[in-house]
Design a protein around this ligand. Structure first.
Ligand code: PEP
Ligand code: MN
Length: 335
């Protein structure tokens, strides 16, 4: 439950609301947003019935918050959050562009791709050292050696990088190398992993579970935040529907819906949504037009030899021409 105080409420008025909430055993936090004091009597939604809160002096409005209120929700912070990733930003109004191969396969493959995307508009490099594969008998990633190659690519190009972490026991290792940790679609509801990335200092890229509602996705972000890490970026990457004509169904609606509920940045991954390179450019353009804070795009110098997700990877020159279109669309859509 959030109690919004009048902009001219006195300290005593705020204090009296806080004391009353505490007398019911609520955990209380006080914050200031847009010049207003917000008193958050969190967790216990039943508190709402315990006193006539809106008759307290200085109170403007009482907002019942379903599920006890979320720190990642707009009810807690109305202004957008911008997340710092190394020397890049996501959510600052500019288009963030994460690009690179699905997985690090070799030094040459990763460094060639990093150089190409750095010179054509990527702001953050992607490439995984740990891959969550459908079959345990396929390529699982290079592990620590892959992280070392990513760090070398960062030194050579200046691009910070994001890499997936799939096991709570690897969080410390990935966090020691990467500028941002990614939680993949299969792990969106892995609370142990969400809490572990919430306890380390690097920002977190949280993909939407392929069968998760927008609310469940935002609840997952709250798990990360609840452990002390507020630097979270959401990624819509397609959900499973009834139609199998593409790998997944890109839920474009989810972008403005999520942006309305949370102050966190929301990006789109058209590559994993499509699963086919011929659809990637169209979905990326739609993502920018709908107001996503950025896109995340698979790029590979030789997609036909890729060990993972070659069918959806753009060639570097295709990525370069897509960037021209995305910048043109970004320039004409309202802020
Ligand atoms: C990926 O980005 O390589 C990936 C595995 O994504 P997702 O978790 O969305 O399938
Ligand atoms: Mn992939």
């Amino acid at each position: 439950m959030i109690i919004v105080m009048h902009s001219d409420a006195t300290e005593e008025e705020v204090e009296s609301v806080v004391e009353r909430l505490q007398s019911f055993g609520a955990e209380v936090s006080v914050s200031t947003e847009d010049g207003r004091t917000l008193v958050n009597g969190s967790i216990e939604t039943l508190l709402q019935n315990e006193a006539p809160w809106d008759s307290f002096p200085g109170v403007e409005m009482v907002m019942p918050v379903v599920r006890g209120g979320r720190r990642v929700g707009r009810e807690f912070k109305s202004a957008n959050t911008a997340v710092v990733v190394g020397n890049a930003m996501i959510g600052d109004g500019e288009l963030a562009v994460i690009a690179g191969p699905c997985a690090v396969e070799s030094r040459d493959q990763l460094i060639d791709t990093a150089r190409a995307v750095a010179s054509t508009g990527a702001t953050i490099l992607r490439g995984d050292a740990f891959k969550p594969r459908t079959s345990p008998y396929t390529f699982q990633g290079l592990g620590k050696a892959g992280l070392e190659i990513l760090a070398e690519a960062r030194d050579l190009t200046g691009l910070p990088f994001v890499a997936e972490v799939i096991d709570p026991r690897d969080v410390e290792l990935v966090s020691a190398y990467a500028d941002m940790l990614r939680i993949g679609t299969r792990n969106m509801s892995n609370h142990a992993l969400l809490k572990e990335v919430g306890r380390q200092p690097k920002p977190v890229l949280l993909k939407r579970g392929r069968a998760a509602t927008v609310e469940e996705w935002i609840d997952a972000a709250e798990y990360v935040h609840s452990e002390g890490n507020p630097n979270i970026v959401l990624v819509e990457r397609g959900i499973r529907g009834f139609d199998s004509s593409a790998r997944n169904t890109l839920d474009i609606t989810a972008v403005p819906v999520a942006q309305g509920i949370t102050h966190l940045p929301v990006m789109v991954d058209p590559s994993h949504a499509a699963g086919r390179k011929d659809l990637v450019a169209a979905l990326a353009r739609a993502a920018v037009a709908v107001g996503a804070d950025g896109v995340m795009i698979d790029v590979h110098p030789n997609p036909e030899t890729a060990l993972v997700d070659g069918a959806q990877a753009l060639l570097p020159q295709e990525f370069a021409s897509l960037m021209v279109d995305l910048n043109a669309i970004k320039a004409v859509i309202p802020e």
